[in-house]
Design a protein around this ligand. Structure first.
Ligand SMILES: Nc1ccn([C@@H]2O[C@H](COP(=O)(O)OP(=O)(O)OP(=O)(O)O)[C@@H](O)[C@H]2O)c(=O)n1
Ligand SMILES: C[C@](O)(CO)[C@H](O)COP(=O)(O)O
Length: 233
């Protein structure tokens, strides 16, 4: 049964500061979005990708992602990530009505190893309603008050940093998006609000979100220079 990936790519990339949608920013000659979609399809377990593009750059995004092949659809996204995912989800119901698994994967996490994508898909196929890849938190975490004074040092043993792709059964993701009130910072958050269980699998440092120019420099270094433990994105 088919796996469809929704790829929110409609962000402006303000923090990256390239003056163009982040999805179109080239990394060693190829746009971030193309790398992200190739990574999904190349994992061998994703059959269709639905990309949410900035509404004023749909044709540019279509051209950028064309080399990835035929199973990729591009729709206009929204002004918030949640809205962009909603647009892609609606298109996926039209294009792949019988999908068995729906992934949501940030275009900005373009270097996610195939092993992470496969693990997320397998976890949903094995019966989970919702799955997120996570990493332990490496820094000490402190909470501050309104004046930025530390109020408490949080026990980090049970904290996890969350990546994408996040995986869902289509029924659960549709239910979560039908119920959504306020926007959420990730899709699993909407499923949590339904009271459903969200499972975790191991994330990977290479699945970092390209947010700033520093992140991009790290990604370029990883692509250029193999290091112990590097996984192919
Ligand atoms: N209206 C939006 C906002 C974000 N995204 C996507 O959601 C992912 C995570 O968002 P983020 O990294 O914060 O991207 P931007 O919104 O582009 O970043 P910034 O806040 O710096 O502009 C990205 O793939 C981005 O394209 C989206 O599809 N639609
Ligand atoms: C979905 C996400 O990448 C999981 O870590 C993250 O929450 C996106 O947040 P952003 O503020 O939209 O970049």
């Amino acid at each position: 049964m088919d796996v469809v990936a929704l790829v929110p790519a409609a962000g402006r990339g303000e923090r990256l500061g390239y003056g163009m949608p982040k999805a179109l920013v080239p990394v060693l000659g190829e746009p971030l979005l193309l790398r992200a979609v190739r990574g999904l399809i190349g994992s061998g377990c994703v059959h269709h990708a639905i990309v949410a593009a900035p509404p004023d750059a749909v044709e540019e995004v279509r051209a950028a992602v064309a080399p990835a092949g035929g199973a990729v659809h591009v729709v206009p996204g929204g002004s918030q990530r949640t809205e962009s995912v909603r647009c892609a989800l609606a298109e996926s119901a039209r294009v792949v009505p019988d999908a068995a698994v729906v992934l949501v994967h940030d275009a900005a996490r373009a270097f996610t190893p195939a092993s992470v994508i496969r693990e997320v898909v397998c976890a949903v196929r094995d019966g989970a309603d919702a799955v997120v890849p996570v990493l332990p938190v490496a820094d000490t975490i402190k909470q501050v008050d309104a004046d930025d004074r530390v109020t408490v040092t949080v026990d980090r043993a049970r904290l996890r940093s969350v990546q994408t792709p996040q995986g869902f059964t289509p029924e659960v993701l549709h239910e979560a998006y039908a119920a959504v009130g306020d926007a959420a910072t990730d899709d699993a958050g909407l499923v949590e609000r339904l009271g459903r269980t969200v499972a975790t699998v191991s994330g990977h440092p290479q699945a970092l979100k390209i947010t700033t120019a520093f992140d991009l420099a790290i990604a370029e270094a990883v692509l250029a220079e193999p290091f112990p433990g590097r996984d192919r994105p």
